[in-house]
Write a protein that binds this ligand. Structure first.
Ligand code: X2X
Length: 334
């Protein structure tokens, strides 16, 4: 390259740098966080505050861009992206992570957790630690505090679910996860694995009659527009692990890691409080929008799952040690 041309290139480069410095300085670490929920869900509301706090506390060195509502693909796709490094952060139900980390499904065992008190003791305690250690083996980093999705209930366009008998042969959407499919088969239903990105249209076009989710999801994703009944089965609890691609996480110097972890876990705590409040108050709003509620007793569902061998099968899959960690927090199962 001749000297003149080199000088021009150097000058042009310096100009571009100056321009960038004059406007917003590019962050040293610009990371993407993707998820499957609408922007109005507490998870996205708190994540936005979290990203702002991280930018402020790292003096602009870490910038987290949020891609809500399956903008970057459905859960199965986003899981591939966080593994490859296409996205750096992703929140995912432990059960959907189950295709990669089977142990992460244990928190979704049907009717295991009676209430939030038991959930947080287990998930912030020994059971959560066990699950995070298994996730780490898959080269993903799970932040310490799991975010809340909530206790799940069944909705349908055709009928209220009063007992397990009403689930026989019912075409119901479940998230892609071995445990979810196994549980609804044990209950006698005909489950179809569908990513959340396609749930609204699957219900609208009647590919499936029903689905199951916590009230905060039913409300923010407007599932009440395409469902008529909501049966408060409270059949399982579900939460979202805040996952990081391991290489991307390891690229952050320790002081920046500490700031990120602090704000991510603090946002999780706030999101848990929001979701608990929403799940307590949303029934009234959803009823006003036309959803018809009923409250079935849990006995018939538990009995059906026991008879189908669901608890025995999954105890054998998870192993005695993990099962004991769960039972320590919730009592004898099955
Ligand atoms: O896919 C679902 O139903 C949802 C939104 O609850 C999860 O992410 C597990």
């Amino acid at each position: 390259m001749n000297e003149q041309r080199r000088r021009i290139l150097v000058a042009a480069g310096a100009g571009a740098l100056a321009l960038r410095a004059g406007t917003a300085r590019a962050a040293e670490f610009s990371y993407k966080y993707a998820n499957n929920l609408p922007v109005t869900h507490p998870m996205n509301v708190r994540a936005k505050e979290m990203a702002e706090a991280i930018r402020a506390d790292t003096k602009g060195r870490v910038e987290i861009q949020i891609f809500p509502n399956n903008q970057l693909g459905g859960d199965t796709d986003m899981l591939s992206q966080v593994r490859s490094g296409g996205i750096e952060f992703f929140t995912l139900s432990g059960l959907i992570l189950g295709s990669l980390v089977p142990a992460a499904q244990i928190s979704g065992i049907g009717f295991a957790f009676p209430d939030y008190d038991a959930v947080w003791k287990a998930m912030d305690g020994t059971l959560g630690a066990h699950i995070r250690a298994q996730i780490a083996k898959a080269n993903l980093v799970a932040m310490e505090r799991i975010w809340d999705n909530g206790f799940r209930h069944i909705t349908s366009s055709t009928k209220p679910i009063q007992s397990a008998a009403d689930l026989q042969g019912m075409k119901i959407r479940v998230p892609p996860s071995p445990l979810w499919t196994s549980m609804f088969k044990a209950l006698g239903a005909a489950p179809a694995s569908i990513n959340f990105a396609e749930v609204y249209s699957a219900l609208q076009t009647k590919v499936v009659e029903g689905q199951e989710n916590p009230l905060a999801v039913i409300a923010t994703a407007k599932l009440y527009e395409v469902q008529k009944y909501c049966s408060l089965t409270k059949h399982m609890w579900d939460g979202f692990w805040f996952l990081a691609n391991k290489k991307a996480w390891d690229r952050l110097p320790p002081d920046l890691q500490a700031i990120c972890a602090k704000h991510i876990n603090a946002a999780a705590a706030k999101e848990r409080a929001d979701v608990a409040a929403d799940n307590a108050s949303l029934q009234k709003d959803l009823a006003a929008k036309g959803l018809v509620f009923n409250q079935p007793a849990s006995d018939s569902f538990r009995e059906q799952m026991r008879k189908a061998g669901f608890y025995a099968e999954w105890k054998a899959k998870f192993g005695d040690e993990a099962w004991a960690l769960l039972e320590h927090h919730v009592g004898k199962l099955g």
